[in-house]
Design a protein around this ligand. Structure first.
Ligand code: SF4
Length: 372
């Protein structure tokens, strides 16, 4: 499998917890970005690859004007043939969904929409600066479905500073009432260089304690199971057949090409990251160059560790046969700590798969660190 990712580094407003490469920008800057992105596509000779999936994320792709989005989609269609993709996802801010936008997506074969909801609780929305009523979300989802896009993901954020147990449970019930086949549920992580980080340092922000966060995670997993969602990755839940094909490319350590500033590609044993600076990105492309922030050759040892780190994020776990075929060595020889973790029942084997049992998913970082 081979994926293509396009990073749109703009949002109409910046959320206080977000550390993605994004900014609020003028129409002029956005236009310059679109031209630079098209130049990058040309330099990367995209027509030489056979992509299975395309994911346009950010930032917030829907913060671009329709004409700008169409310019990008036209060129992508010329070099990728969008109709042949197994999955084509675009991230959208629910407030930016319009009939015109969805019609454009359908015209260019978008098959999956990822909608950043985060929370439907008005008090928590104020804290993270993301207003959205349940009724409005209902209307927006109806527009998406009206034009035939049924494969919809909703993002839910939990463990928001000061969030109570009751608020969390209510949010979870609301988010499952929309009849969509995919949910991504992430706990709020305090990242450096964010507004929340500065507020926390000034003691203006109280974080949710670890025990409560663990309790929320367990409830999330159990509740979504009762709602017939399959828990297929640490933070991702889908109805049967709606698992994200593009995200599975990352978790299966398959290759992907990325476009846009700050975006990372993984190809031919190298990881490349394009410069996370819009001005440098523009200047590079003016001179027919993609300025990189990072280019790292991934050694065999690092690949084995990545196979563990990413493979064990999936609830199914990682295939022992695939590991042997990829590296020509038994996983138990390279990582002897696995035997001890199996004895302690922190890891299990079912058929060909090594996995972390559901009840220990919350400490998966601890288990993976023990292994590698
Ligand atoms: S969370 Fe999404 S919408 Fe908010 S600033 Fe980050 S990328 Fe933009």
């Amino acid at each position: 499998m081979l994926g293509l990712y396009v990073h749109i580094p703009f949002c109409n407003q910046v959320c206080p917890y977000c550390d993605f490469f994004k900014m609020v920008a003028s129409k002029e800057r956005k236009k310059m970005f679109v031209d630079a992105l098209l130049a990058e596509m040309k330099l990367k000779n995209l027509h030489n690859y056979q992509f299975d999936t395309l994911y346009i994320g950010g930032g917030s792709p829907s913060s671009l004007e329709i004409t700008m989005l169409e310019k990008i989609l036209i060129r992508l269609d010329e070099v990728v043939n969008l109709a042949l993709l197994k999955e084509f996802t675009i991230e959208v801010n629910p407030l930016e969904i319009t009939e015109e936008l969805i019609k454009l997506f359908v015209k260019y074969h978008v098959s999956r929409l990822s909608i950043g909801v985060q929370t439907l609780n008005p008090r928590l929305q104020k804290i993270i600066n993301r207003p959205l009523t349940t009724e409005l979300l209902q209307t927006k989802i109806a527009i998406v479905k009206k034009y035939g896009i049924a494969n919809i993901n909703l993002d839910l954020l939990y463990a928001i500073p000061s969030e109570t147990w009751e608020e969390f449970c209510e949010d979870l019930e609301k988010i499952t009432s929309f009849d969509v086949p995919h949910l991504s549920c992430y706990s709020l992580i305090l990242e450096e260089h964010t507004i929340f980080y500065h507020q926390f340092q000034k003691k203006q922000l109280t974080l949710i304690d670890e025990k409560m966060e663990a309790k929320m995670y367990h409830h999330l997993c159990n509740f979504l199971k009762t709602q017939k969602f399959i828990h297929y990755e640490t933070s991702n839940f889908a109805r049967k057949g709606y698992e994200s094909i593009h995200n599975l490319i990352y978790w299966n350590c398959d290759e992907y090409v990325a476009l846009g500033p700050g975006a990372s590609s993984y190809l031919d044993n190298y990881r490349f990251k394009t410069i996370s600076n819009l001005q440098s990105y523009f200047e590079g492309l003016k001179n027919q160059t993609i300025i990189l922030e990072e280019k790292i050759k991934i050694t065999n040892e690092e690949k084995q560790k990545e196979a563990i780190m990413l493979g064990l994020r999936k609830c199914q776990g990682l295939s022992l046969t695939k590991f042997f075929e990829d590296f020509n060595v038994s996983i138990f020889e390279v990582f002897p700590a696995i035997n001890q973790l199996l004895e302690e029942k922190l890891l299990k084997i079912k058929g060909d798969y090594l996995f972390i049992p559901n009840k220990y998913f919350y400490i998966s970082n601890y288990i993976i660190n023990k292994i590698i």
